[in-house]
Design a protein around this ligand. Structure first.
Ligand code: C2G
Length: 446
């Protein structure tokens, strides 16, 4: 009996897939189809897959060509499968020509002709008009955002707003965008906005954009007061718009895995979460400017609080801060948060250097995420018995901003209005804690 194996995502199953499966089946007597898992696809940069793995497996089964269906979940699995299932032929479409020659050591490799004129990407884009995105602000993060947007299907950055005409034009020229200096001209050009302007301008821009019926993705910290956050999320809900805080790490593949592993009890009950993040900056810069709400808290608290909230929830009861101030700006702040059955702390610096790791301590073991934890692609679960330690790697692509944008777009396009990766309640709680600090509540100056 000749056994054939082939792999694919098989999203929005189409004639090209059918032809491929039929030809693969005809190469032998028994066809195994490896359907990629959702997390494996995300890991290899396929961010826009529409059908989930169960739907894709069902679609492949319905073709009648597969004698057996398996799930492909990790890099290198093909070699394992070929040996495990005693496969004679590995078949794949000719768009992969040459890429799988290395499997020739284990079985015969056949590249089958690809069907021209049809693809999942084409079907995904069909009837879907691009979402025109305007960027408010033209600084460092805005410049990183534009290239990232190119890999998210349906995203089209078209305009930039900066009241300074020279800045606006410079940014627009470097990315081929329309330069705007007036909000009304700008907002008329777009379906959604990405707010990447200085902190103090976020609320006003978000409010005005939502008032004009536009979806909003807003950089951290979204706002500096709880009531402002409550107001904006209320407004978005009332108008059926998406409002999302761009806490990038919350959308990283590895961070999502840490949360799900911890929730499933891999370290037992969580008793402590400790996060730290420092980025030293030199004057003159916005981060060190009191008038622009600079400081370690406004700069770094949102991501660190996000991690604490995701791991311990929102039923915290108290918070204390210790801080070092220079020229009215906190260059170092340590916060301690009380939970009914746990403790949490964050250590943030812009004028002080600390280690930048994340440690989740539990009754059975702990998760260690090395610096820079907020750009997570690796973490380790450690136990008293070191032989049980496990390391996990989940790479992210590019600058990592594509994941938050992909979620934002997916919510808009699919009419979904809830996002579990970073919820409104979590963003509101972050704003509340930043506000407490700025109001000097429980702050000890050191
Ligand atoms: N295919 C085809 N003709 C098309 C489109 C796709 O023959 N018009 C083939 C592909 O070449 C592949 C299979 O259909 O053999 C599945 O394609 P995808 O769903 O795009 O999956 P892919 O990303 O190619 O997965 O481990 C996964 C594999 O490496 C490939």
């Amino acid at each position: 009996m000749t056994k054939v194996i082939t792999y694919g995502t098989f999203d929005l199953l189409h004639q090209g897939h059918l032809n491929l499966l039929k030809r693969a089946r005809e190469l032998g007597d028994y066809l195994i189809v490896g359907v990629t898992s959702d997390s494996y696809d995300r890991g290899r940069g396929k961010l826009n897959v529409r059908n989930n793995v169960l739907e894709r497996v069902a679609a492949v089964r319905a073709t009648g060509y597969a004698d057996e269906i398996i799930i492909e979940d990790y890099l290198g699995q093909k070699i394992d499968d070929i040996q495990k299932y005693n496969v004679d032929i590995f078949a794949i479409g000719s768009d992969w020509e040459g890429k799988f020659d290395y499997l020739g050591e284990y079985c015969k490799v056949v590249y089958l002709p690809r069907t021209e004129g049809i693809s999942s990407t084409m079907l995904r884009n069909e009837g879907m008009k691009s979402i025109r995105i305007g960027i408010i602000g033209s600084g460092r993060i805005a410049a990183r955002f534009v290239p990232e947007s190119k890999v998210v299907s349906g995203a089209l950055v078209t305009a930039v707003l900066n009241p300074d005409p020279v800045e606006s034009q410079r940014f627009a020229d470097s990315f081929g965008l329309k330069a705007c200096t007036d909000f009304d001209d700008f907002i008329a050009e777009v379906d959604a906005v990405y707010i990447a302007s200085p902190h103090m301008t976020h609320y006003d821009y978000a409010y005005r954009s939502l008032s004009c019926g536009k979806h909003v993705l807003c950089e951290i910290p979204m706002v500096l007061q709880k009531e402002q956050a409550v107001g904006l999320f209320g407004m978005a809900a009332e108008r059926g718009l998406v409002l999302m805080e761009a806490g990038k790490t919350a959308f990283f593949p590895a961070f999502g895995h840490i949360v799900t592993l911890v929730k499933s009890g891999i370290v037992g009950d969580v008793v402590d979460v400790k996060t730290s993040l420092s980025k030293q900056v030199l004057p003159p810069t916005r981060e060190l400017d009191y008038a622009q709400a600079g400081g370690a808290m406004t700069e770094h608290a949102p991501l660190n609080l996000m991690a604490i909230f995701k791991l311990l929830g929102l039923d915290w009861s108290g918070i204390r801060f210790h801080t070092r101030m220079e020229n009215g700006v906190d260059v170092y702040t340590k916060g301690e948060i009380d939970y009914p059955h746990a403790t949490a702390s964050f250590t943030l610096g812009i004028g002080v250097k600390t280690e930048g790791n994340l440690i989740v301590s539990g009754t059975k073991g702990y998760v260690y995420v090395p610096a820079p934890w907020w750009l997570t692609d690796f973490f380790e679960v450690r136990y008293e018995d070191q032989t049980r330690n496990r390391k996990f790697f989940y790479s992210y692509d590019g600058q990592g901003l594509r994941y938050e944008l992909q979620e934002f777009l997916s919510m808009i396009v699919n009419g979904r209005r809830n996002c579990y990766k970073l919820t409104p309640a979590e963003s509101i709680a972050a704003a509340e804690i930043i506000e407490k600090f700025r109001n000097n509540e429980n702050v000890t100056v050191i």
